[in-house]
Design a protein around this ligand. Structure first.
Ligand code: AHR
Length: 504
């Protein structure tokens, strides 16, 4: 296939929102226990944080990390996870049919986030709990001292407040699977009143109302409308969640970022309609705070999902191993988020370690990057300045779900301060290389500063993954042959590949 991209420094969408490159740590499976935290592991520090995992997290550099759930949060007692560890109770986690030891809680997470150099983002329980508990945890986290919960934090060894800015008002409350699931009207009222009370405790916080769990929910659209009618003045963001998997047509799977595009555009349209009707001034942005590839059909067959497993501490739950195809799809999902960075200003890839993870780690053993970590890390590192309005004219292919779809998918940024154009490109063609021309007139003289690609290497196919024995089998390699002349860059993307090119 062939594609022609046109970019211009005057045609930009918005500044790159730094919080677009977030991730998610849930008390689920082995994300916390034997993921980021494993006392007794040879690489654990004095607090039980795995430093090998921390090192990899620092390389990935998620700018914000959502915690502690997910479905888990809808039955969570945050008070169980603070104070002397030996006094913390064990509880049944109904969401993931596991035993929660509470050895790791808010204080440990705040310490881990600081060590990882990331911004913490908290979710509160609006499934089984409500306004008072939300205000209590906020007081514990952010109030300087001299009150019951702020003094409790100080007594627990944290004199300084955690200063957490971003708070999610519950999780996936539209989902019948959620403990404490609600109708849009029930949830909207509770979220509005919780938000109002939380802002009385700390007016500087930013609040996320729950949107839809995916774009196929029967309430999609109407849920956002009703929730925003109730909460518009009280919240800053509406959330979106989306997971994609390959069914029987790889071409369809490779095109799933089209669903993300439409999802985002529909939520923006709904939020703006509520804005117009209510004569509101501000805009509501989207917090796309769970997104990834997830082989959900495999999970549905598991003993945990069927309620047939023993209750265990940190069982293995949805430890999907990601392939080259999955990495290309993740690259296109990042493109979709970046293209909509004027309205999607927070996003969290789900999840960070082991559970549908960017990273994998073994108990007592090593940690490594999955294939999907590479596009995530590169876009987080290299997207800077302004998001470019990349005009794409590409050969297309037919898909069952999305109709005609571009074979070449792209996004890009312009960092005027450092004179750097960054392009993120995917070739969805599974058999043929793509020839891409990029019109770059208007940027002055450009040279290739960096060009790397993720694609199948010799002896690999599109299903190749990284694993404990081969942690770097799939990674980036130099993309040769990128040329710039007469206001045009030319490059060739291998079949089924994801690439980053920087010109400056
Ligand atoms: O990330 C895994 C789960 O997916 C989360 O707990 C839930 O919010 C979503 O359904």
């Amino acid at each position: 296939p062939r594609a022609r991209l046109t970019i211009d420094p005057d045609f930009t969408i918005a500044p790159v929102p730094r919080r677009l490159f977030g991730s998610f740590v849930e008390h689920m499976g082995r994300c916390v226990y034997t993921g980021i935290y494993e006392p007794g592991h040879p690489k654990a520090d004095a607090d039980g944080l795995r430093t090998d995992v921390l090192d990899l997290v620092r390389e990935l550099g998620p700018t914000v990390v959502r915690y502690p759930g997910g479905n888990f949060v809808s039955g969570y007692y945050w008070e169980d996870g603070v104070g002397p560890k030996e006094q913390r109770p064990r509880r049944l986690d109904r969401a993931w049919r596991s035993i929660e030891t509470n050895e790791f809680g808010l204080g440990e997470f705040a310490r881990w986030a600081k060590a990882a150099g990331t911004e913490p983002m908290m979710a509160i329980n609006l499934g089984t709990r409500g306004i008072q508990e939300a205000c209590d945890i906020l007081e514990y986290a952010n109030h300087p001292g001299g009150t019951k919960y702020s003094d409790l934090r100080r007594a627990h060894g944290n004199a300084e407040p955690f200063g957490i800015k971003l708070w999610c008002l519950g999780n996936e409350m539209d989902g019948p699977w959620q403990v404490g699931h609600k109708t849009a009207a029930e949830y909207g009222r509770l979220a509005a009143e919780t938000a109002r009370a939380m802002r009385l405790v700390d007016p500087s916080i930013e609040l996320v109302a729950c949107g839809s769990s995916n774009s196929r929910m029967p309430t999609f659209g109407e849920w956002e409308r009703v929730v925003l009618e109730e909460t518009y003045d009280q919240v800053d963001y509406i959330s979106a969640h989306a997971y994609y998997q390959e069914h029987d047509d790889p071409g369809d799977f490779l095109a799933c970022a089209r669903d993300m595009d439409t999802f985002i555009e529909s939520v923006v349209a709904t939020a703006d309609a509520v804005r117009a009707r209510g004569k509101h001034r501000k805009h509501i942005d989207i917090s796309f705070d769970e997104w990834n590839v997830w082989y959900q059909s495999r999970h549905r067959e598991s003993a945990i999902a069927k309620g047939e497993s023993e209750w265990e501490v940190a069982p293995r739950v949805i430890e999907d191993e990601y392939s080259i195809t999955d990495a290309v799809v993740v690259g296109t999902l990042l493109n979709s988020l970046l293209r909509h960075g004027d309205r999607v200003t927070v996003a969290c890839q789900a999840q960070l370690v082991n559970v549908i993870g960017l990273l994998r780690s073994e108990p007592g053993g090593p940690a490594w990057k999955q294939t999907i970590a590479h596009p995530f890390e590169q876009v987080r590192r290299r997207a800077a300045g302004e998001i470019l309005d990349v005009r794409v004219r590409s050969d297309r292919y037919e898909t069952p779900r999305f109709g005609d779809v571009d074979l070449v998918d792209a996004s890009g940024t312009w960092d005027a301060e450092n004179g750097l154009v960054s392009l993120f490109l995917a070739n969805r063609d599974q058999a043929e290389a793509a020839t891409v021309e990029v019109g770059v007139r208007g940027f002055g003289e450009l040279r290739v500063q960096h060009a790397a690609v993720l694609a199948t290497a010799e002896g690999q196919d599109r299903h190749t993954t990284n694993d404990e024995q081969h942690p770097e089998r799939v990674s980036l390699r130099p993309l040769d042959g990128v040329e710039v002349a007469d206001g045009q860059a030319t490059l060739t993307l291998p079949p089924l590949s994801w690439a980053v090119v920087q010109l400056g």
